[in-house]
Every structure is written in C-alpha cells, then in structure tokens.
Ligand binder design. Structure first.
Ligand SMILES: Nc1ncnc2c1ncn2[C@@H]1O[C@H](COP(=O)(O)OP(=O)(O)OP(=O)(O)O)[C@@H](O)[C@H]1O
Ligand SMILES: [Mg+2]
Length: 390
C-alpha cells in the first residue's frame, strides 16, 4: 500500500524511484560503496530497503536512529556494539548463517553459542565491553567469507550514519578501511538526513588514510515534484478506495510541498477518517499532527545545543524576516532580541541548522522550509524554547 506509513520494503509499495533503486543495485553488484542522501522523510530508508530486497544479497542493517539521543554528545561503545550484535543475530536467523560466525562472536564475548543465538541479554550485556573495533572488523570479515561461499553479496547498511561519529572507543576509519581492503564480497551503504554532517563523516573517514581514490557514489533522493505528488496521492487514494475532491488534493500539495513522508501520512490519515465516517475531514487537524512531530524533534535538538537561546532566536529572526535572509540580516534581528551577538556566531548556528536539514541555504541566503509541517514546527519549537529559557 502506498499510504503505509512505515518505511517501504516491497517494490510494489514504493512509488516511482526506479532510477534510484537501479542505481543502488548496480552499485552493490559492482561493489561500489554508496551514500544515500536526502532531507528528512524523503524516502531514503524506503529506497534502500527496496533496493536490497533481493535474494542475491545478505543484508546487515544498522539503524543508528536506535542509539540517537539529541541530549548526548557521545555514545558509549556498548550502545553501538549492542546494536551491531543484534543486527548480526537477526541476519544469523534470517539467512541461517551459522558455524564459524556464531563461534567467533560468542568466543569474543566469552559466552556459549546458544546464549548468542537466543540473544540472551542477561548474559550478553555485561560482556559488551569486551567487544572491540577489531572484533567488529573480524565479524564483518567472517560474514564476507560466508557471503562469498554462498555466491552472494554482503550489504552493510548504516542508516543515519552520521551518528557513528559520536560513538566512543571505536575507530570507524580503521573498521571501514579493513572492510575495503579485505572484504571483496561486501558493499557498504551509508544513509543520512543531515547531509552536511554525513559529508563531513565521509571526509573524516578518508582523512586519516584516503580511500585510494575509491569513489563513494552519492545518490540523492529528491522530494516529488508537483506532478508526481499529485499522481502519488491519486494512486494512493484509489488503492484505499477513497474518493477525494480536487481542491483537497490541491490543498495538500500546497501544504506538504512534495515531501513523500508528509504526503503518505496525510493520505493514510485522510483515508482512515473517511472510512470511519467523517464526512468533512479537517485537513488542518492532520497538518497539526505533522507540525507537532517536527516541533518535538526540533525542540529536543535545540535544547541539546550549547546555546538554545541563540538557536531559537535565529529561527525566529528568519521568520520575522519573512522566511529568508542573510547571516547579517539574521544577526541584526537576533541582536535586537537578545542584545549584541557576533555575526560569526550566528553564521555558525545557521550553518548547523542547514547541516541538520532544518533550514535551507542558497547563495548565502538562508530560508525556512516551504512545507507547512517543517516551517511551523520549527518556529513553534523556537518559541517553546524561548519561553523556557527566558
Ligand atoms: N517513494 C515512496 N513511495 C511510497 N511511500 C514513500 C516513498 N518514499 C517515502 N515514503 C513514505 O514516506 C515516509 C518516510 O519514508 P522513509 O522513512 O523511507 O524516509 P527517510 O528519508 O528514511 O526518513 P527519515 O529522515 O525519517 O529517516 C514513510 O511513511 C514511507 O512509507
Ligand atoms: Mg530513514
């Protein structure tokens, strides 16, 4: 179903994106590493899921959102190791991989093989500290061998890969170089919404020991244009068996600005309400739900920064400037709110917001997002924080 709000897994549920899916498959088959970029809710996870849904691949998926915490600057090594082992365990079950891999992991942990197979947390948790970066590399080498023996390709997915840089105690540069040098049946896929931060991470990985000219292919997922958005909504509603007036569709297109995640949420919620007897669905209500989601997300982020007040003031300044302005414009407005703040500081804050994908930047001009959920959610979060800290 097109309006299923979870990330898609099956080709038939994914609208459009043939080109991106093909590019990813071809890269995997040629063992070219990939970084999949795009703004929040544009469909990165779905596109990658669908592309790797093939029996010729063995897929290990690390969803780093599971360790994400905006309040933490660093994550302990054990959070990552736990996620890693859980993903390995899932793969062991899904692909019935056994033998050496299980023996190796349980050996390093110092537990019996059944405890790892059953993923017995009581036994595993106290041992997580023993698992080092080198052991992560060795586990992947074992998987690579298994994949080779089975004439398959190992695909390692790091979803929201920028979070790796916050993990203490594991040298990922060295882990990835090891994979690159020794794992000939393996392809790595990085995805991330924080475009700038993901790019910085890739640079960091290449910095210590360059990837010898190896090209990590960048694949950008764009939002839908108006025509695709309209067609997506029409097909989705047809699938749901729900009739929708054209002005409702036009209204949704204006509010959600081609962002697949919002269009999907809108379609799903609208259909649900019609099916449950609402005659006149209030689209404002549905939009409010999306605004609240962004509001909470941004608020958590701002409160986790060094200067919540300045971040909030910068966002409010952009709003007062009619949604866009230069760093100098924003600095003037911020200074009128908080007293003098140096422009380089505001410049830094604005770029961080761009890196996080919360605002946009074009030719030294910063702007609030055009879709209602992101724009309103951002501004409300800034207001919330202002009222908390002042
Ligand atoms: N091409 C598409 N066809 C159908 N549904 C889609 C498509 N792209 C995204 N979606 C839907 O949009 C929502 C967001 O998709 P997904 O989680 O894949 O995006 P993402 O870019 O990984 O988001 P996030 O930034 O939250 O990680 C989900 O509900 C998903 O089902
Ligand atoms: Mg995602």
């Amino acid at each position: 179903m097109l309006f299923d709000v979870r990330p898609k897994e099956d080709r038939k549920d994914l609208y459009d994106r043939d080109k991106e899916v093909d590019e990813i498959k071809e890269s995997i088959d040629r063992k070219v590493w990939i970084a999949v970029y795009g703004m929040r809710r544009v469909g990165k996870t779905s596109v990658v899921n669908v592309a790797v849904n093939e029996s010729r691949y063995i897929v290990i998926k690390l969803n780093l959102m599971r360790i994400y915490d905006p309040k933490k600057k660093k994550y302990p090594k054990t959070s990552f190791v736990s996620l890693f082992l859980e993903s390995i365990n899932e793969a062991v079950k899904k692909y019935t991989l056994g033998g050496r891999l299980i023996r190796f992991v349980s050996n390093v942990l110092g537990i019996d093989e059944n405890s790892f197979i059953d993923f017995n947390l009581v036994k595993i948790r106290p041992r997580l500290k023993k698992f080092r970066g080198e052991d992560v590399s060795s586990t992947i080498r074992e998987l690579d061998l298994l994949a080779g023996d089975n004439k398959r390709t190992l695909v390692l997915i790091f979803d929201e890969a920028q979070e790796l840089m916050k993990v203490n105690g594991i040298n990922f540069s060295s882990v990835f170089h090891d994979i690159y040098d020794y794992c000939k049946n393996t392809t790595v896929i990085f995805t991330g919404s924080s475009v700038g931060i993901l790019e910085n991470m890739l640079k960091d990985l290449e910095y210590e020991k360059p990837f010898f000219g190896r090209f990590i292919r960048r694949i950008k997922i764009e939002r839908f244009n108006e025509q695709l958005s309209r067609d997506f909504l029409l097909k989705g509603f047809a699938e749901e068996g729900v009739t929708v007036q054209e002005d409702v569709i036009n209204d949704a297109l204006r509010r959600f600005d081609g962002i697949p995640g919002w269009l999907t949420f809108f379609g799903s919620e609208y259909s649900f309400r019609i099916r449950h007897g609402e005659k006149q669905v209030n689209v404002d209500d549905i939009e409010k739900m999306t605004v609240e989601e962004v509001r909470k997300e941004v608020k958590d982020f701002i409160l986790g920064t060094q200067s919540p007040e300045r971040y909030s003031a910068a966002i409010l300044a952009l709003d007062r400037l009619g949604g866009k302005g230069s760093a100098a414009d924003v600095t003037k407005v911020v200074s009128s709110i908080l007293g003098n703040v140096p422009e380089p500081r505001i410049y830094e804050i604005l770029n961080r917001l761009v890196n996080m994908g919360f605002i946009e930047k074009e030719n030294e001009e910063y702007s609030l997002p055009k879709d209602e959920p992101d724009r309103k959610g951002l501004v409300l979060a800034a207001k919330d924080v202002m009222s908390l800290v002042t």
